[in-house]
Design a protein around this ligand. Structure first.
Ligand SMILES: Cc1cc2nc3c(=O)[nH]c(=O)nc-3n(C[C@H](O)[C@H](O)[C@H](O)COP(=O)(O)O)c2cc1C
Length: 409
């Protein structure tokens, strides 16, 4: 079993993470992790913190000579802005002291964890009156930086096995391509030329991570309009994994189903509100004859599909086709235009105050989703092929690939 944990507050000195259970001998460097992390800054419409959060990961343990050792991998991301531009946050979130005299933030922001989190952990009252700072600081999407770093260790293992993860954005606000007929051909050509890596590299070249230039332009105009109106935008993106063998996940128990676990990978990310596998919602309004992917055999005797409506998963098990998962992100809840709220101190209705924030983070969220989906695939892969060493795992996977008529890594 592989697992990871993160700790750290958004305005604290650092985020830390521990990745546990990776086989020994996986090629990984800090530079690999930084490369995946740097993609979290992508996207038109990002401002504020995105500009000051330039992360470089430090590896404290678990790697030797650019390879995993089987021991826990401890990662550290210093908060580059800890000393500056934090409006006194380090002091008001100090680990020591009593907190006496600290003015509480008493206006919970709608759409954030502020009110529900404060009620849950008792920050709506104690110890010196209400203060939602502890909720703000841990529920912030800043945590996704460490999540991406941890998941990228697994992603490097997938890469060394010829499994790539990529994504592209399908919609931001009202501008998007809901009809797959518009983009499927371009996407599939990229996947055929260089797998999901070619897909994400092409998407990264667009400011909105969209594959269509005209759509990118229209989306940028839409983001500018939203900004001028003091508003924010959500969107939809698609994550694809290529090179996955048949047999990951299982139909035998609810919690082993790969599709359920992929949905969790998406919905575990802050502000993601929907996930679909393959045709997803569209499958609910399409007749069966157009949804299920007929099975055939090629000249070598390998099983093939001409279509992939299932998104690479049938019965909770990967079927050897690319894994296709889509996620929908809600609009960022911190708006320039105030929203109605209630002061926890006085009980009076008040508008929220303005805070620095992005107009949309959908392009960034799509890169975070790549990371969490990579983790889920890696976890299922380690479950199936096991092994304390990467070499053992690779050999077992290659044996399966041969059996299934797939290319070896
Ligand atoms: C990559 C990414 C960036 C985000 N940036 C912001 C931001 O700049 N401002 C903001 O208010 N919320 C931002 N959010 C959303 C918040 O993290 C917030 O936790 C979320 O909207 C709460 O939604 P939940 O109910 O799903 O937890 C971002 C989320 C992600 C995934």
């Amino acid at each position: 079993m592989i697992r990871y944990l993160t700790a750290g507050e958004s305005h604290g000195p650092a985020l830390v993470g521990i990745v546990e259970g990776m086989p020994a001998g996986v090629p990984v460097t800090a530079a690999d992790l930084d490369e995946h992390l740097s993609r979290r800054w992508l996207g038109f419409g990002r401002g504020g913190r995105a500009k000051i959060e330039r992360d470089k990961v430090s590896v404290l343990s678990g790697l030797r000579f650019s390879h995993t050792m089987g021991s826990p991998i401890a990662l550290h991301l210093a908060n580059a802005a800890f000393e500056k531009d934090r409006a006194g946050w380090p002091e008001v979130m100090a680990a020591g002291g009593t907190g006496e005299g600290v003015d509480g933030i008493t206006m919970p922001r709608p759409g954030h964890a502020d009110l529900a989190g404060a009620q849950k952990y008792g920050f709506d009252r104690a110890p010196h009156g209400p203060d939602v700072r502890p909720v703000i600081d841990r529920s912030s999407a800043r945590e996704t930086a460490m999540r991406v770093a941890c998941c990228s260790v697994a992603r490097q293992m997938l890469r060394a096995l010829g499994i790539e993860v990529g994504s592209h954005v399908l919609r931001i606000g009202e501008v998007g391509m809901d009809d797959p007929g518009l983009w499927r051909e371009g996407r599939d050509a990229l996947l055929a030329s260089g797998g999901a890596r070619a897909l994400y590299e092409a998407a990264d070249a667009s400011e909105t991570r969209m594959l269509d230039a005209d759509l990118t332009e229209r989306t940028i105009a839409h983001i500018k309009e939203a900004k001028a109106a003091g508003d924010t935008l959500g969107g939809v993106y698609e994550v694809i994994v290529t090179g996955v063998p048949p047999g990951l996940g299982s139909y035998v128990h609810w919690d082993r189903r790969l599709d359920g676990r992929l949905a969790q990978a998406i919905l575990s990310i802050q502000a993601q509100k929907a996930a679909e596998v393959g045709d997803g919602w569209a499958a609910g309004r399409t007749p069966g004859s157009e949804v299920h992917d007929p099975i055939s055999r090629d000249a070598r005797g390998a099983y093939r599909r001409e279509s992939n409506h299932a998104g690479g998963v049938e019965g909770g098990v990967s079927n050897g086709m690319p894994i296709v998962v889509r996620g929908a992100m809600k609009p960022i809840p911190t708006l320039i235009r105030p929203l109605a709220s209630v002061d926890l101190e006085t009980g009076e209705a008040q508008p929220t105050r303005y805070e620095r924030s992005d107009v949309t983070s959908v392009p960034a969220a799509s890169t975070v989703a790549e990371a969490t989906v990579a983790w889920t695939i890696a976890e299922a892969l380690v479950e199936r092929y096991g092994g304390d060493t990467f070499e053992d795992l690779r050999q077992r996977l290659d044996a399966d690939r041969e059996r299934f008529g797939m290319e070896r890594a």
